[in-house]
Design a protein around this ligand. Structure first.
Ligand code: ATP
Ligand code: NI
Length: 314
Protein backbone atom coordinates (compact mmCIF):
# COMPACT_ATOMS: atom_id res chain seq x y z
CA UNK A 1 0.00 0.00 0.00
CA UNK A 2 2.90 2.43 -0.40
CA UNK A 3 3.81 4.56 -3.35
CA UNK A 4 3.17 1.76 -5.83
CA UNK A 5 -0.59 2.25 -5.91
CA UNK A 6 -0.16 5.73 -7.37
CA UNK A 7 0.65 4.22 -10.73
CA UNK A 8 -2.51 2.17 -11.25
CA UNK A 9 -2.87 3.52 -14.75
CA UNK A 10 0.31 2.03 -16.12
CA UNK A 11 4.00 2.49 -16.06
CA UNK A 12 5.20 5.43 -14.08
CA UNK A 13 6.82 8.01 -16.27
CA UNK A 14 10.18 8.69 -14.71
CA UNK A 15 11.64 10.90 -17.35
CA UNK A 16 14.00 12.83 -15.09
CA UNK A 17 17.43 12.81 -16.67
CA UNK A 18 18.94 12.38 -13.20
CA UNK A 19 17.34 8.98 -13.03
CA UNK A 20 18.91 7.90 -16.27
CA UNK A 21 22.29 9.38 -15.41
CA UNK A 22 22.26 7.56 -12.08
CA UNK A 23 21.36 4.38 -13.87
CA UNK A 24 24.16 4.71 -16.40
CA UNK A 25 26.67 5.42 -13.66
CA UNK A 26 25.56 2.36 -11.72
CA UNK A 27 25.74 0.32 -14.86
CA UNK A 28 29.31 1.28 -15.59
CA UNK A 29 30.36 0.75 -12.01
CA UNK A 30 29.13 -2.84 -12.12
CA UNK A 31 31.28 -5.42 -13.84
CA UNK A 32 30.09 -6.43 -17.25
CA UNK A 33 29.84 -10.08 -18.09
CA UNK A 34 31.80 -10.86 -21.19
CA UNK A 35 31.22 -13.90 -23.25
CA UNK A 36 32.61 -15.73 -26.22
CA UNK A 37 30.21 -14.59 -28.91
CA UNK A 38 31.34 -12.46 -31.76
CA UNK A 39 29.46 -9.22 -31.42
CA UNK A 40 31.22 -5.90 -31.19
CA UNK A 41 31.99 -5.43 -27.49
CA UNK A 42 31.97 -1.68 -28.01
CA UNK A 43 28.27 -1.73 -28.84
CA UNK A 44 27.08 -1.29 -25.30
CA UNK A 45 30.05 0.61 -23.93
CA UNK A 46 30.01 3.30 -26.58
CA UNK A 47 26.34 4.13 -26.31
CA UNK A 48 26.38 3.49 -22.60
CA UNK A 49 23.04 1.72 -22.72
CA UNK A 50 21.46 -1.65 -22.97
CA UNK A 51 19.07 -2.70 -25.66
CA UNK A 52 16.61 -3.51 -22.90
CA UNK A 53 16.80 -2.52 -19.28
CA UNK A 54 14.04 -3.35 -16.81
CA UNK A 55 14.34 -1.91 -13.32
CA UNK A 56 12.24 -2.48 -10.26
CA UNK A 57 9.29 -3.85 -12.19
CA UNK A 58 6.30 -4.70 -10.04
CA UNK A 59 3.03 -6.14 -11.31
CA UNK A 60 0.08 -6.72 -9.02
CA UNK A 61 -3.48 -7.74 -9.57
CA UNK A 62 -6.45 -6.60 -7.58
CA UNK A 63 -8.83 -9.41 -6.89
CA UNK A 64 -11.73 -10.16 -4.57
CA UNK A 65 -10.71 -12.46 -1.78
CA UNK A 66 -13.85 -14.55 -1.36
CA UNK A 67 -12.24 -16.56 1.43
CA UNK A 68 -12.11 -13.48 3.62
CA UNK A 69 -15.80 -13.43 4.49
CA UNK A 70 -19.20 -13.75 2.92
CA UNK A 71 -19.38 -13.32 -0.82
CA UNK A 72 -20.75 -9.80 -0.58
CA UNK A 73 -18.34 -8.86 2.17
CA UNK A 74 -15.32 -10.10 0.19
CA UNK A 75 -12.36 -7.78 0.49
CA UNK A 76 -10.47 -6.51 -2.50
CA UNK A 77 -6.88 -7.68 -2.16
CA UNK A 78 -3.74 -6.94 -4.09
CA UNK A 79 -1.66 -9.90 -5.13
CA UNK A 80 1.85 -9.01 -6.22
CA UNK A 81 3.08 -11.44 -8.86
CA UNK A 82 6.17 -9.59 -10.05
CA UNK A 83 8.18 -7.97 -7.32
CA UNK A 84 11.00 -5.45 -7.80
CA UNK A 85 12.36 -7.28 -10.81
CA UNK A 86 15.41 -6.08 -12.72
CA UNK A 87 16.83 -7.62 -15.87
CA UNK A 88 18.78 -6.41 -18.89
CA UNK A 89 19.67 -7.47 -22.41
CA UNK A 90 22.68 -6.02 -24.20
CA UNK A 91 23.06 -5.71 -27.95
CA UNK A 92 24.31 -9.05 -29.29
CA UNK A 93 23.08 -11.00 -26.32
CA UNK A 94 20.66 -13.83 -25.57
CA UNK A 95 19.46 -13.78 -21.99
CA UNK A 96 17.61 -16.91 -20.93
CA UNK A 97 14.92 -16.61 -18.28
CA UNK A 98 14.42 -19.87 -16.42
CA UNK A 99 12.28 -20.70 -13.43
CA UNK A 100 9.24 -22.42 -12.06
CA UNK A 101 5.81 -22.42 -13.67
CA UNK A 102 3.67 -19.57 -12.50
CA UNK A 103 6.64 -17.51 -11.35
CA UNK A 104 5.66 -14.55 -13.56
CA UNK A 105 7.74 -15.07 -16.69
CA UNK A 106 4.90 -14.49 -19.13
CA UNK A 107 3.85 -11.40 -17.19
CA UNK A 108 7.38 -10.03 -17.64
CA UNK A 109 7.08 -10.64 -21.40
CA UNK A 110 3.68 -8.93 -21.44
CA UNK A 111 5.02 -5.92 -19.54
CA UNK A 112 7.86 -5.47 -22.05
CA UNK A 113 5.36 -5.62 -24.91
CA UNK A 114 3.07 -3.10 -23.22
CA UNK A 115 0.31 -5.67 -22.79
CA UNK A 116 -1.58 -5.25 -19.53
CA UNK A 117 -4.61 -6.98 -18.12
CA UNK A 118 -7.29 -4.51 -16.96
CA UNK A 119 -6.87 -5.58 -13.32
CA UNK A 120 -3.08 -5.21 -13.37
CA UNK A 121 -1.17 -2.36 -11.83
CA UNK A 122 2.36 -1.97 -13.05
CA UNK A 123 5.23 0.16 -11.80
CA UNK A 124 8.91 0.34 -12.55
CA UNK A 125 11.09 1.53 -15.40
CA UNK A 126 11.72 0.00 -18.79
CA UNK A 127 14.31 1.43 -21.18
CA UNK A 128 14.50 0.29 -24.77
CA UNK A 129 17.48 1.37 -26.84
CA UNK A 130 18.38 3.92 -24.19
CA UNK A 131 14.96 5.55 -24.09
CA UNK A 132 12.69 5.34 -21.07
CA UNK A 133 9.33 3.89 -22.10
CA UNK A 134 5.77 3.93 -20.87
CA UNK A 135 2.89 1.57 -21.58
CA UNK A 136 1.89 3.49 -24.70
CA UNK A 137 5.35 3.71 -26.25
CA UNK A 138 5.97 0.01 -25.55
CA UNK A 139 2.73 -0.85 -27.30
CA UNK A 140 3.89 1.24 -30.27
CA UNK A 141 7.18 -0.72 -30.39
CA UNK A 142 5.30 -4.00 -30.60
CA UNK A 143 6.09 -5.53 -34.00
CA UNK A 144 8.07 -2.40 -34.70
CA UNK A 145 11.32 -2.85 -32.79
CA UNK A 146 10.26 -5.45 -30.26
CA UNK A 147 8.69 -8.72 -31.39
CA UNK A 148 7.03 -11.34 -29.25
CA UNK A 149 7.05 -15.05 -29.87
CA UNK A 150 4.02 -15.72 -27.68
CA UNK A 151 3.69 -18.70 -25.38
CA UNK A 152 0.23 -19.53 -26.62
CA UNK A 153 -0.53 -20.42 -30.22
CA UNK A 154 -3.92 -18.79 -29.61
CA UNK A 155 -2.19 -15.51 -30.44
CA UNK A 156 -2.69 -16.27 -34.13
CA UNK A 157 -5.73 -14.63 -35.71
CA UNK A 158 -8.19 -17.50 -36.24
CA UNK A 159 -9.85 -15.78 -39.20
CA UNK A 160 -6.78 -14.95 -41.25
CA UNK A 161 -4.81 -17.28 -43.47
CA UNK A 162 -1.35 -18.14 -42.19
CA UNK A 163 0.67 -16.63 -45.06
CA UNK A 164 -1.07 -13.27 -44.71
CA UNK A 165 -0.33 -13.24 -40.98
CA UNK A 166 3.32 -14.11 -41.46
CA UNK A 167 3.83 -11.42 -44.13
CA UNK A 168 2.07 -8.82 -42.00
CA UNK A 169 0.90 -5.46 -43.25
CA UNK A 170 4.03 -3.36 -43.35
CA UNK A 171 7.22 -3.45 -45.36
CA UNK A 172 7.65 -4.16 -49.04
CA UNK A 173 5.24 -6.91 -50.15
CA UNK A 174 7.74 -8.55 -52.48
CA UNK A 175 10.53 -8.56 -49.85
CA UNK A 176 8.15 -10.00 -47.30
CA UNK A 177 7.19 -12.79 -49.66
CA UNK A 178 10.82 -13.68 -50.32
CA UNK A 179 11.50 -13.66 -46.58
CA UNK A 180 8.39 -15.75 -45.92
CA UNK A 181 9.55 -18.37 -48.41
CA UNK A 182 12.98 -18.46 -46.79
CA UNK A 183 11.49 -18.87 -43.30
CA UNK A 184 9.03 -21.52 -44.46
CA UNK A 185 11.85 -23.53 -46.03
CA UNK A 186 13.99 -23.07 -42.92
CA UNK A 187 11.26 -24.41 -40.63
CA UNK A 188 9.98 -27.17 -42.91
CA UNK A 189 6.67 -25.47 -43.58
CA UNK A 190 5.24 -26.51 -46.93
CA UNK A 191 4.13 -23.81 -49.40
CA UNK A 192 0.57 -25.04 -48.96
CA UNK A 193 0.64 -23.83 -45.34
CA UNK A 194 0.38 -20.30 -46.74
CA UNK A 195 -3.25 -20.96 -47.55
CA UNK A 196 -4.28 -22.62 -44.29
CA UNK A 197 -6.17 -21.16 -41.36
CA UNK A 198 -4.61 -21.47 -37.89
CA UNK A 199 -7.09 -24.19 -36.81
CA UNK A 200 -5.70 -26.39 -39.58
CA UNK A 201 -2.18 -26.33 -38.10
CA UNK A 202 -0.71 -28.89 -35.73
CA UNK A 203 0.77 -27.52 -32.51
CA UNK A 204 4.31 -27.81 -33.84
CA UNK A 205 3.41 -26.09 -37.13
CA UNK A 206 1.73 -23.26 -35.24
CA UNK A 207 4.93 -22.76 -33.19
CA UNK A 208 6.96 -22.49 -36.39
CA UNK A 209 4.49 -19.99 -37.81
CA UNK A 210 4.78 -17.88 -34.63
CA UNK A 211 8.58 -17.90 -35.01
CA UNK A 212 8.28 -16.83 -38.64
CA UNK A 213 5.89 -14.00 -37.65
CA UNK A 214 8.44 -12.63 -35.15
CA UNK A 215 11.54 -13.01 -37.34
CA UNK A 216 9.98 -11.42 -40.43
CA UNK A 217 9.32 -8.18 -38.53
CA UNK A 218 13.07 -7.54 -38.44
CA UNK A 219 13.01 -6.43 -34.80
CA UNK A 220 15.87 -5.23 -32.61
CA UNK A 221 14.67 -7.27 -29.66
CA UNK A 222 12.85 -10.60 -29.64
CA UNK A 223 11.00 -11.65 -26.52
CA UNK A 224 10.44 -15.38 -26.94
CA UNK A 225 8.08 -16.92 -24.40
CA UNK A 226 8.59 -20.70 -24.53
CA UNK A 227 9.23 -20.85 -28.28
CA UNK A 228 10.18 -24.53 -28.52
CA UNK A 229 7.57 -26.84 -26.94
CA UNK A 230 6.04 -29.16 -29.51
CA UNK A 231 9.04 -28.87 -31.82
CA UNK A 232 11.29 -31.82 -32.69
CA UNK A 233 14.77 -31.46 -31.29
CA UNK A 234 16.30 -30.45 -34.63
CA UNK A 235 13.65 -27.79 -35.23
CA UNK A 236 14.07 -26.50 -31.68
CA UNK A 237 17.82 -26.33 -32.25
CA UNK A 238 17.27 -24.57 -35.59
CA UNK A 239 15.03 -22.01 -33.89
CA UNK A 240 17.60 -21.33 -31.19
CA UNK A 241 20.41 -21.14 -33.76
CA UNK A 242 18.36 -18.49 -35.56
CA UNK A 243 18.10 -16.51 -32.33
CA UNK A 244 21.88 -16.83 -31.98
CA UNK A 245 22.46 -15.53 -35.51
CA UNK A 246 19.95 -12.76 -34.90
CA UNK A 247 21.78 -11.70 -31.73
CA UNK A 248 25.22 -11.97 -33.36
CA UNK A 249 24.02 -9.53 -36.03
CA UNK A 250 23.29 -6.94 -33.35
CA UNK A 251 19.88 -7.94 -32.04
CA UNK A 252 18.94 -8.99 -28.53
CA UNK A 253 16.84 -11.91 -27.31
CA UNK A 254 15.03 -12.51 -24.05
CA UNK A 255 14.45 -16.25 -24.14
CA UNK A 256 11.92 -17.54 -21.62
CA UNK A 257 12.15 -21.29 -21.42
CA UNK A 258 11.70 -24.38 -19.29
CA UNK A 259 14.38 -26.14 -21.29
CA UNK A 260 17.51 -25.10 -19.44
CA UNK A 261 19.71 -27.50 -21.39
CA UNK A 262 18.73 -25.91 -24.71
CA UNK A 263 19.01 -22.44 -23.19
CA UNK A 264 22.56 -23.12 -22.01
CA UNK A 265 23.47 -24.08 -25.59
CA UNK A 266 22.76 -20.64 -27.02
CA UNK A 267 22.40 -18.08 -24.26
CA UNK A 268 25.06 -15.69 -22.96
CA UNK A 269 23.49 -15.11 -19.57
CA UNK A 270 20.82 -16.79 -17.52
CA UNK A 271 18.34 -15.01 -15.29
CA UNK A 272 16.93 -17.34 -12.66
CA UNK A 273 13.36 -16.46 -11.83
CA UNK A 274 11.61 -17.35 -8.62
CA UNK A 275 8.39 -16.01 -7.11
CA UNK A 276 8.18 -13.06 -9.45
CA UNK A 277 11.71 -11.82 -9.28
CA UNK A 278 15.18 -12.53 -10.64
CA UNK A 279 17.14 -14.19 -7.85
CA UNK A 280 20.34 -14.54 -9.88
CA UNK A 281 21.58 -13.19 -13.20
CA UNK A 282 24.72 -15.04 -14.21
CA UNK A 283 26.95 -15.96 -17.15
CA UNK A 284 26.11 -19.26 -18.82
CA UNK A 285 29.59 -20.53 -17.90
CA UNK A 286 28.62 -20.42 -14.23
CA UNK A 287 26.06 -23.15 -14.90
CA UNK A 288 28.98 -25.57 -15.41
CA UNK A 289 29.01 -26.31 -11.69
CA UNK A 290 26.71 -25.65 -8.72
CA UNK A 291 29.69 -24.10 -6.93
CA UNK A 292 29.72 -21.13 -9.30
CA UNK A 293 26.01 -20.52 -8.75
CA UNK A 294 25.03 -18.30 -5.87
CA UNK A 295 21.34 -18.72 -5.11
CA UNK A 296 20.08 -22.03 -3.62
CA UNK A 297 17.29 -22.13 -6.23
CA UNK A 298 19.85 -21.88 -9.07
CA UNK A 299 21.75 -24.79 -7.51
CA UNK A 300 18.48 -26.75 -7.34
CA UNK A 301 17.90 -26.11 -11.04
CA UNK A 302 21.43 -27.32 -11.80
CA UNK A 303 20.90 -30.58 -9.90
CA UNK A 304 17.58 -31.13 -11.68
CA UNK A 305 19.21 -31.07 -15.14
CA UNK A 306 19.05 -34.45 -16.91
CA UNK A 307 22.81 -34.87 -17.06
CA UNK A 308 23.02 -34.32 -13.33
CA UNK A 309 20.53 -37.06 -12.65
CA UNK A 310 17.30 -35.07 -12.19
CA UNK A 311 18.22 -34.87 -8.57
CA UNK A 312 15.65 -32.99 -6.51
CA UNK A 313 17.15 -31.39 -3.44
CA UNK A 314 14.76 -30.13 -0.82
N1 ATP B 1 -5.00 -11.30 -15.01
C1 ATP B 1 -4.53 -11.92 -13.92
N2 ATP B 1 -5.14 -11.78 -12.73
C2 ATP B 1 -4.66 -12.39 -11.61
N3 ATP B 1 -3.57 -13.18 -11.58
C3 ATP B 1 -2.91 -13.37 -12.75
C4 ATP B 1 -3.35 -12.76 -13.98
N4 ATP B 1 -2.49 -13.13 -14.98
C5 ATP B 1 -1.55 -13.93 -14.38
N5 ATP B 1 -1.80 -14.08 -13.06
C6 ATP B 1 -1.01 -14.86 -12.09
O1 ATP B 1 0.35 -14.43 -12.13
C7 ATP B 1 1.24 -15.52 -11.86
C8 ATP B 1 2.34 -15.56 -12.90
O2 ATP B 1 1.82 -16.00 -14.15
P1 ATP B 1 2.72 -16.19 -15.45
O3 ATP B 1 1.83 -16.67 -16.53
O4 ATP B 1 3.50 -14.97 -15.72
O5 ATP B 1 3.72 -17.36 -14.99
P2 ATP B 1 4.84 -18.10 -15.89
O6 ATP B 1 6.11 -18.02 -15.12
O7 ATP B 1 4.83 -17.57 -17.27
O8 ATP B 1 4.31 -19.61 -15.87
P3 ATP B 1 4.52 -20.78 -16.98
O9 ATP B 1 5.94 -21.24 -16.80
O10 ATP B 1 3.54 -21.82 -16.55
O11 ATP B 1 4.23 -20.20 -18.31
C9 ATP B 1 0.37 -16.77 -11.84
O12 ATP B 1 0.18 -17.14 -10.50
C10 ATP B 1 -0.93 -16.32 -12.47
O13 ATP B 1 -2.00 -17.04 -11.94
NI1 NI C 1 4.41 -18.43 -19.09
Amino acid sequence: MEERTESEKGMRMARETDDIAAHEAAEHASAHVHHGHSHAPSSHHAGGHHLLQVEDLTVSFSMYDVASGSFFGAKKVESRVIDALSISVHVGEIVAVVGASGSGKTLLADAILGLYEPNASVSGRIWFDGVLQDAESLAALRGNGISLVPQSVNHLDPLMKVGRQVRGFSGDAKDREIEQNRLFARYGLDESVDDLYPFELSGGMARRVLLACALIENPKLIVADEPTPGLDLDLAVAALDDFRTFADRGGGVLLITHDIELALRVADRVAVFKDGTVVEETAVANFASPDTLVHPFSKQLWHALPEHGFEVIA
